[in-house]
Design a protein around this ligand. Sequence first.
Ligand code: NCD
Ligand code: ZN
Length: 349
Amino acid sequence: MAEFITKITMIKPDDWHVHLREDKILKKVVNYTGTFYKRAIIMPNLNNPITNCSQAISYRNQILRAMNSNCIFQPLMTCYLNRFTIPEELEIGFFKKIFIAAKLYPNCSTTNSKTNIKKIDHIAHILERMEKIGMPLLIHGEEINKNIDIYDKEAMFIENTLKPLRKNFSKLKIVLEHITTKESVEYIKSKNAKYLCATITPHHLMLNRNHMFSGGIQPYLYCLPILKRDIHRKALRKVIASGDKHFFLGSDSAPHLHKNKINIFGYSGIFNASSSLLCYVTIFEKMGALKHLQSFCSENGPKFYNIPVNKETITLVKKPYKIPKQINVGKDVIIPFLSGKILNWSLET
Ligand code: NCD
Ligand code: ZN
């Protein structure tokens, strides 16, 4: 159902899950995020992960220094949990507003995730503290047992890990990140949105697993959680088109240098910061659901995190936007999601 809207002014969105990396890559990617979003939750899985307050402060400063001076961007930092995380460090960081949340990567679940957390019981004392102080837990929700089929890891995580975790910590605030399956949609939407929400990426809303193998293997569409069957993509689209408040924007923009994507062991992650917001608009428009765009992009996230929505607005216009073909980083390049393609929406200049 097409909607004949050619201009949208909305509350400036936030990206509740983004990887900005460091140094050369950070400098190249950060302004895309700063242009489209007022705030973003910054993932802590650096080569040397962010595990304490002083690292978070210095990474935050590094991000702000890399930003154009006309950007009023606010990075929201997260703490990378591992077997050795000290609950007091989390508590201090949360109360001093250094950390907005802590991130759980089950051991070796994705890029830079050697957390040694092989079972949730290993961090029960940490979760107990987070529940007590109201600090949200952000979860990469995939089982890590190598015998589980990669396409089933998310659904199995809900059964084997998330359900027991929520039974033991019923007041812990949790975001199940970058969900990809109908099982996740069904589970999340049936629960209290004060305690459990989920983010959804543009690529999981636009693509299914066939796309990864269309015309040859497409390493640039390899991300984790992996793209799923179309039935799952449809379930994700349906739930955001319904305006359900449990779901909000999290791009999972995850830049990798070309040499690392096109490698015998290629890295997982899709860099989409140059177009993520424009992709979401395109998706909502296609579904005839533009009336729910603002709540997904700008309202449901702040509500979950108990912070005000942004005062600024952003205006999008129906005008072709060409996604950059590549972004040069020294002698290497980063190839963006939908590289060189044209979208029908742009930012008003
Ligand atoms: C992310 C990365 O590269 O840091 N990769 C990805 O495939 N999404 C990590 C993550 O969020 O899983
Ligand atoms: Zn991510």
